[in-house]
Structures are given as C-alpha cells and as structure tokens.
Write a protein that binds this ligand. Structure first.
Ligand SMILES: CC(C)(COP(=O)(O)OP(=O)(O)OC[C@H]1O[C@@H](n2cnc3c(N)ncnc32)[C@H](O)[C@@H]1OP(=O)(O)O)[C@@H](O)C(=O)NCCC(=O)NCCS
Length: 190
C-alpha cells in the first residue's frame, strides 16, 4: 500500500508548487483584493460562500491555501497574474485518512486546463508528500464543471449527501456529490 502512511503532522507549511501552467505559492497581502474580486464574479459566487471579514487570513486549522499565479505557458493572461485560490485540508485523527481539496479560478481562465493541472498537483502533494492515500472533494451535485474537472483528475463519485450544503445566498440547502481519489486504485496495490 504505497503512500498509505497517513501519519504526517496536520497543518503543513505552505510549499511553493510549480507546474507547467501555474505557480502555487503562499498568499501575500496584496492577493486579498484580487481574490475577493474573483469570488464576487457570478460564475464563482454561485458556488463559493461569501468570504468572511478575515478571509483569507482566518486560521482554519489543518488548511493550507495557495494563490494561483499564471505562468506564461498557460497562455491565459499576463505571467504572474493571480487568477484563483486552491486550498487543501487535512484531518488530525490518525485512524482516519481525511484530506480534501477546494479551489476557484477566475472565469477568464476557465476551460484552459488549469483546474485539472492544479487539482492533480495538489492531489499528488497530499499523496506523495503528505502521505495520504485517500483524497475527497465534495462539489455541489449540480456543479457540472467541477464534477467534470475532478473526474478528469481521477476522482470517482461515492454518493450524494442530501441537503448537505447551504445555498450561497443562504436561502436554502442543496445536495453535494462526495467524490474520492484513492491512490491504491492507481499504484498497483489494489
Ligand atoms: C471548477 C473549476 C475549478 C474547473 O477549472 P477549469 O480550469 O475550468 O477546468 P479544466 O479546463 O481544467 O477542465 C477539466 C475538465 O473538466 C471539463 N470541464 C470544465 N468545465 C466544464 C464545464 N463547464 N462543462 C463541462 N465540462 C467542463 C473539461 O472539459 C475538462 O475535461 P477533459 O479534460 O475531459 O476535456 C472552475 O470552473 C471554477 O473555478 N469554477 C468556479 C468555482 C467552483 O465551482 N469551484 C469548485 C467548487 S467545488
């Protein structure tokens, strides 16, 4: 069971991860306004709850957050532009393998392969560096773009959680789709 020793200490320092399309780096003060503007766009605010006053500096224990910075090769805007945020969460019970990923990208860069690139990179960091074998993700059951992206990254649907998430306008509740990536499916141990 390669990669199954989920004994890493919770709450990793935020490393910089570089792919062929983006640089994932720790947040800087100047990122806040950019990220809040992206969150306010209808294509993103539809799926992400409005941020609190202290976001993104609020300390969610076990969570690391990266700014998504474009590289020239992404061909999706000026190199160095911040176009989104990705975060990873790790639980702290050694008897349960619990970690997950969440992200949003500016509408101007959607459908250019960035989501797939970022999710696979953070997924591999959780598995290869942090020692998890199970990564979960739980988009709204009607978020077809997110579900397609996560499916393209090797996640499989596990089941629907009825009424799990409050609507972003907080008027009601909706279903989420629990999706799972298990490294054992792909590393030949299962
Ligand atoms: C979800 C999100 C991160 C996807 O990122 P993206 O960069 O647009 O996705 P990619 O271009 O990497 O696409 C990955 C796969 O998903 C598919 N996909 C992406 N958007 C899609 C859409 N709107 N409809 C159908 N398929 C879609 C792509 O075709 C691709 O599949 P393929 O490789 O088989 O062709 C992005 O749409 C986003 O930030 N949305 C708003 C916030 C949000 O919903 N976050 C997720 C909360 S759980």
């Amino acid at each position: 069971m390669a990669g199954s020793d989920a004994t890493a200490t919770r709450g990793a320092a935020t490393p910089t991860l570089v792919t062929s399309l983006v640089r994932l780096r720790p947040l800087e003060r100047d990122d806040e306004a950019t990220l809040r503007a992206i969150l306010a766009t209808p294509a993103v605010s539809r799926w992400w709850h409005p941020p609190g006053d202290d976001w993104p500096w609020d300390d969610e224990t076990g969570t690391v957050r990266w700014a998504v910075e474009l590289l020239a090769a992404a061909n999706a805007g000026p190199a160095g532009a911040v176009v989104g945020l990705v975060q990873a969460y790790e639980g702290d019970d050694p008897d349960y393998d619990e970690c997950g990923i969440d992200l949003f990208l500016a509408p101007s860069v959607h459908r250019r392969g960035l989501g797939r690139d970022i999710v696979t990179t953070v997924r591999d960091w959780l598995v290869d560096i942090r020692g998890h074998h199970l990564v979960t993700i739980d988009p709204s059951a009607s978020n077809t773009a997110a579900i397609a992206c996560y499916t393209a990254c090797g996640f499989r649907p596990v089941g629907v959680l009825h009424g799990r998430e409050r609507d972003t306008d907080r008027r009601g509740w909706h279903d989420t789709l629990l999706m799972q990536y298990c490294s054992w499916w792909y590393d030949g141990t299962e």
